[in-house]
Ligand binder design. Structure first.
Ligand SMILES: Nc1ncnc2c1ncn2[C@@H]1O[C@H](COP(=O)(O)OP(=O)(O)OP(=O)(O)O)[C@@H](O)[C@H]1O
Ligand SMILES: [Mg+2]
Length: 385
C-alpha cells in the first residue's frame, strides 16, 4: 500500500498483518512488478502478497491494470520489471505446463457446440487424462458446482448463472493451486449474481484453492473477499480487509470508490493525539474527529463521513461540532432505508442513510422540510490525499 496517503495516528491502520508484506504462509508474492505496453505503463510497481487459501479481490475502475496484473500471474503476459513468485518459485522460470494456475477470463466463452461435460473435460483431455479418471474428475467438478444433472446439455440450453458455474467447473477440474477469476460474474444480472457470489465463496472454501478475483463491483468484493486491494492507474492505493478499507479509507479515491461517502473539505485548527478539529466553509460548526493526524496546523484535509453514520433530526443538535442545517432536496426510497439529500445553507449537499425505524421517530421529513444532520466524533475519518 502507499504509505504516504495514510495520515491516521490513532485509528487502526489498514494493512499491518494484512499488508503487502510477507508473512511466511504467502502463496503468491508480487514484487515491484511493472508492465509496459510501449508508452503505456499498465502496472506501476505493484507489491502484493496473497496467503494460501485466501480469496483476494482486485478492485478498481476500468483501465487501471487489473486484468493485466492477472494475466501476468497466469503467465500469459511477461513481466516488464519485478518478479512474481508462486509457492516460492519464480513464475518466469516455470514452463507453462508446470504453472499451478488456472484463469477464468473476463468473457468466459464455453464451446457452444460441446456439451457441458465435454466443455469441462476439454482441458483435462489435452493433458492426456483419459478413461475412468477423466469421467470421475469431470463428474466431481460438475457435482461441486451443482451442474451434474445438466452434463448432456449444450451451453445455449443453460441460464447465465448455470453457464458461469460450468465455466467455473472447467477451471477447477484441473485442480489449480491458484485460481484467477477475471470479472467472473459480469455476465449475470443482479439477483443471480448475488446468489452466485455466495455459492462461489462456498465452492472455493470446499476446494481450499487460493483465488485472486478481479471485479469493479465494490459490493461483490466486500461480500466475497477476505482481503482486497483498491487499484488506481496501475498502482495499489489501499489494501486491507473489506472492513478496514470501508471504515478507514486512506484517500479520497478509496473513500469514494468503496461505498459512498460525504466529503467535507477544511483546514486543521487543533490537532491532539486523540482528536482533531477542522474548520470547513461547508459547515456552520467545526468538525470534530476522535483521532489525531500527522501534519501541521492549517493543513488542508478532507473529512469522510459515511451516509449511515449521519443522523437526521428536526430539532437543532446540542453541541458545537459535527452538524449542519438544511432543507431536504431529494429522497430515495430504498425499501428498508431511505437516502435523504439535505442541502445545507452553505450549498453543500449531505446524504444521510436513514432507516425506516429512525424515520418514524422523526415523523418522516419530506421535500423542502428544514432538518439538521449530525454525526459523532468517531464517525469521521481524516483524509490527507
Ligand atoms: N495488449 C495491450 N497493448 C497495449 N495496451 C494494453 C494492452 N492490454 C492492456 N493495455 C492497456 O493497459 C491498461 C490497463 O488495462 P487492463 O486491461 O489491465 O485494465 P482493467 O483494469 O482490467 O480494465 P477493465 O475494468 O476495463 O477490464 C489500459 O490502459 C489498457 O489500454
Ligand atoms: Mg479487465
Amino acid at each position: 500500500m502507499s504509505e504516504q496517503s495514510s495520515a491516521l495516528k490513532a485509528a487502526p491502520q489498514s494493512g499491518n498483518a494484512s499488508s503487502g508484506q510477507s508473512t511466511g504462509d504467502d502463496f503468491v508474492r508480487i514484487v515491484d512488478v511493472v508492465k509496459r505496453f510501449g508508452e503505456t505503463v499498465a502496472v506501476k510497481g505493484v507489491n502484493l502478497s496473497v496467503r494460501k487459501g485466501e480469496l483476494f479481490a482486485l478492485l478498481g475502475s476500468s483501465g487501471c491494470g487489473k486484468s493485466t496484473l492477472l494475466r501476468m500471474l497466469a503467465g500469459l503476459e511477461s513481466v516488464t520489471e519485478g518478479q512474481i513468485l508462486i509457492d516460492g518459485e519464480d513464475l518466469a522460470k516455470m514452463p507453462p505446463y508446470r504453472r499451478p494456475v488456472n484463469m477464468m477470463f473476463q468473457s468466459y466463452a464455453l464451446f457452444p457446440h460441446m456439451s457441458v461435460e465435454s466443455n469441462v473435460a476439454f482441458g483435462l483431455k489435452q493433458e492426456g487424462v483419459k478413461g475412468g479418471e477423466l469421467k470421475d474428475r469431470v463428474h466431481d467438478a460438475l457435482q461441486l458446482v451443482q451442474m451434474a444433472q445438466y452434463a448432456k446439455r449444450k451451453p445455449h440450453q443453460l441460464s447465465g448463472g448455470q453457464q458461469q458455474r460450468v465455466a467455473l467447473a472447467r477451471s477447477l477440474v484441473k485442480r489449480p493451486k491458484l485460481l484467477l477469476l477475471d470479472e467472473p460474474m459480469s455476465a449475470l444480472d443482479k439477483q443471480i449474481r448475488q446468489r452466485t457470489q455466495i455459492e462461489l465463496v462456498n465452492i472455493l472454501d470446499q476446494v481450499g484453492v487460493t483465488c485472486i478475483m478481479v471485479t469493479h463491483d465494490q459490493e461483490e468484493a466486500m461480500t466475497m473477499a477476505n482481503r482486497l486491494a483498491v487499484m488506481s492507474e496501475g498502482q495499489i492505493v489501499q489494501l486491507g480487509t473489506p472492513h478496514e478499507v470501508y471504515e478507514y479509507p486512506n484517500s479520497r479515491f478509496s473513500a469514494q470508490f468503496i461505498g459512498s461517502t460525504n466529503l467535507f473539505d477544511g483546514n486543521v485548527v487543533e490537532d491532539e493525539p486523540d482528536h482533531v478539529f477542522v474548520e470547513s466553509p461547508e459547515l456552520p460548526v467545526r468538525l470534530y474527529v476522535s483521532h489525531g493526524i500527522t501534519g501541521p496546523l492549517g493543513m488542508p484535509v478532507t473529512i469522510s463521513v459515511r451516509p449511515e453514520r449521519i443522523a437526521l433530526t428536526r430539532k437543532p443538535p446540542e453541541g458545537a461540532f459535527n452538524w449542519g442545517r438544511g432543507k431536504v432536496t431529494n429522497i430515495a426510497y430504498m425499501g428498508g432505508y431511505s437516502l435523504y439529500h439535505v442541502t445545507l445553507e452553505s450549498g453543500k449537499t449531505v446524504v444521510a442513510n436513514v432507516t425506516s425505524l429512525a424515520l418514524g421517530e422523526i415523523d418522516s421529513p419530506t421535500f423542502g422540510d428544514e432538518v439538521y444532520v449530525r454525526w459523532s466524533a468517531s464517525a469521521g475519518v481524516v483524509l490527507t490525499s
